[in-house]
Write a protein that binds this ligand. Structure first.
Ligand code: ARG
Length: 659
């Protein structure tokens, strides 16, 4: 049910006597919100003060007019004025009970869905295959999946597309690696692992070579920085009290320090490689590896038979690898076109941009110049190669033709925000103005050391082991003998395994979702799997509690043929608080999707679980006074449980019946 919309709609006739412009009216209506002070009100209309100028009367008088004219008695038991003209609303218990009953009877918990359903294309996960997937891709996967599910549940059409990088330089790397470094036997046995190894060998050689060639540049910079320090020191000895010089000197000295440290680090890297003589030999034999790799990539892009055949043979293995991760995370996509799908469209895209004078040649490349940006968006390089951006333009055009979306979301980490700003500007120039393009960006997952979190091996195997570890920790928490001693029923080994799996994977997902996606967060496995606090496990546990109460009620015979018809009674304040929270489900989902913030959903579920817990502490279900009260409280319990389960499901998190 859309409680907030309903309340706002009751205020519309009254407010539109003063505010006629629809946008201004909406802004005014948006000031009717759920109250933070539950003791004072359920909802509060903060409209009188901002209307003071428009109406030309004091806020108290405006509030009084609203109070006299608003027709809301069927929903509210109390409408009053507080402070300097706030209108406070208290919903009546009878109304709440009726709505709860409707939600209880309804299969989708009384969710009405969007009044104007839209079509969304959601581009998420999108790792570069043939290259280790990292934690950031898990975050994109989890956030994108949750957004897709919530939008779908609200009645929108959602098309999900995993825009995998299956055509980039990383293929040049494994093609080169395969040609020169492969271990035939290892490849025959475990293709994915061998391809991963080849990728890392090539990456390490390139890393070494670029460190060596960068060292000269670093040393040059150090000399310049030292000269600057000397100059400033001389200046300072002449004008000792000049603060500006002192400040400049300080920053120049810092630059020297930083540069020296960087050089030290490079030298260490070089020494480490050179102590490995076999590897050093490879580095010497394959000099300038980066440009050799680029050549392999370019040959692939130009249809070279051998490279194309290798690419075709590698791709299924690379996909198998990422699909293994998706299977464990239980995430599916409607499409997985990937970058290679657009390859043949790219020349026409550039042609089109040129013919419409949207792009122009510049220093041998083809560029789209954009107002407000110093650097243009390059769509074709001097050597004729197309870029990531070109593919993104082709992709947006294809999606437009194929799906005609109202909105197109890209769930990609924040480091690509400039790319997307420019891309959207180009798409607008091209004329894709019907679609609202949005970069749903997210922050970095940090380790305890304050640096970006890396799985132990820094590769896919590392990601798998991260999931394994979460499951192992969940096992420890769930199967803690002290805890199990108190349990009513014994859990079989199989139950325990299932619970640990669901709690462990849920923990990883929930940690990604419960932080505002735009901020960085620290990866803390202990906190993630805890049974209390804002965790998946706490909510999963609350759900399991509702199920066990139901089971006991069945055992005691309260769940008879017509228990569902028993009206819900709201007497206790804890019952009321829980009731109100239950009825805010749809409002919360809708609000969380205005800025695509799944943490709005986790916060709601956490609150709901806490409301349930305090209800359960204060209002005995099985020892209630009358059968009516037992059945009513049981209905509240079951309804709360269904919403907890549904809410978690929308976040891609599973539940268990017993924990
Ligand atoms: N493959 C890219 C990466 O791993 C992300 C792609 C995001 N989607 C897009 N349409 N650009 O960084």
């Amino acid at each position: 049910m859309q409680l907030l919309n309903l309340i706002r709609s009751r205020f519309t006739p009254v407010l539109s006597q003063w505010v006629t412009d629809p946008v201004a009216l909406q802004t005014t209506l948006d000031r009717i919100v759920a109250s933070r002070e539950v003791a004072l009100a359920d909802y509060q209309a903060n409209v009188a003060m901002p209307l003071q100028k428009v109406v030309g009367k004091p806020p108290m008088e405006i509030a009084q007019t609203i109070l006299n004219e608003v027709k809301i008695d069927d929903l509210c038991s109390e409408v009053s004025i507080a402070g300097a003209g706030y209108v406070n609303l208290r919903l009546s218990n009878a109304y709440l009970a009726k709505q709860l009953d409707m939600a209880f009877q309804s299969e989708n918990l009384g969710v009405e869905g969007a009044a104007n359903p839209k079509t969304y294309v959601i581009d998420f996960s999108s790792p570069n295959v043939a290259k280790p997937m990292h934690v950031g891709h898990i975050r994109s996967t989890v956030i994108g999946d949750a957004i897709s599910k919530v939008l779908k549940f609200l009645g929108h059409t959602v098309i999900t597309d995993n825009h995998i990088g299956d055509w980039g330089t990383q293929f040049g790397m494994i093609i080169y690696g395969y040609k020169y470094f492969r271990n035939e036997e290892a490849f025959a046995k475990a293709q994915v692992a061998e391809l991963g190894r080849l990728y890392r060998v090539v990456q390490r050689i390139i890393g070494y070579q670029s460190t060596v060639s960068g060292l000269a540049e670093q040393e040059k910079k150090l000399i310049l920085a030292e000269q600057k320090v000397a100059l400033l020191e001389a200046k300072q000895s002449e004008a000792a009290s000049d603060k500006k010089i002192a400040k400049e000197l300080k920053s120049a000295q810092n630059a020297v320090k930083e540069q020296s440290q960087a050089i030290l680090k490079s030298k260490e890297t070089i020494a480490a490689v050179e102590s490995d003589t076999a590897f050093k030999k490879l580095c010497d034999e394959h000099c300038n590896l980066e440009s050799r790799v680029l050549k392999e990539t370019s040959k692939l892009h130009h249809g070279d038979k051998e490279n194309l055949a290798l690419w075709e043979s590698f791709l299924p293995f690379c996909k198998e690898e990422i699909h293994g991760i998706y299977k464990r995370l239980n995430v599916q996509f409607d499409h997985e076109y990937g970058e290679s799908f657009y390859h043949e469209m790219l020349p026409a895209v550039v042609e089109d941009l040129l013919s419409r004078s949207l792009a122009e040649p510049s220093e041998g490349a083809i560029c789209v110049f954009l107002e407000g940006y110093e650097a243009p968006m390059i769509v074709q390089k001097q050597d004729g190669a197309f870029l990531y951006s070109t593919t993104d333009i082709a992709t947006a055009m294809f999606r437009e033709r194929e799906f005609g979306p109202d909105a197109s979301l890209y769930v990609v980490d924040h480091r690509q925000s400039e790319h997307f700003q420019k891309l959207f500007a180009v798409l607008e120039k091209i004329g894709l103005t019907h679609t609202h393009f949005k970069h749903v960006s997210f922050g970095t997952v940090m380790g305890n050391d304050g640096k970006p979190f890396k799985t132990r091996a820094g590769d896919n195997i590392g990601l798998e082991s991260m999931l394994d570890e979460a499951i192992a920790r969940a096992w420890e928490v769930v199967c803690d003998p002290e805890r199990l001693k108190k349990a009513r029923q014994e859990l079989s080994e199989e139950d325990k395994r299932e619970i640990a799996n669901i709690v462990g994977i849920g923990a990883i997902k929930y940690a990604d979702l419960c932080h505002n996606r735009t901020s960085d967060y620290v990866f803390d496995m202990d906190k993630m799997v805890a049974l209390d606090g804002n965790t998946a496990a706490y909510i999963q546990y609350s759900y399991a509690r509702t199920r066990s109460i139901l089971q006991r009620a069945v055992g005691e015979g309260y769940v008879n043929a017509d228990w569902g018809q028993q009206p819900i009674l709201i007497d206790h304040v804890a019952e009321r608080t829980l009731a109100l929270q239950i009825l805010r489900f749809e409002d919360t989902l809708a609000a969380s999707m205005t800025e695509y913030l799944p943490n709005g959903v986790t916060e709601y579920l956490f609150d709901l679980a806490r409301c349930f817990s305090s209800f359960f502490d204060q209002c005995s279900v099985l020892n209630a006074e009358s059968l009516e009260q037992k059945q009513s409280r049981l209905k509240l319990t079951v309804l709360a449980g269904r919403i907890l389960k549904q809410g978690l499901e929308l976040l891609g998190i599973e539940t268990v019946e017993r924990m």
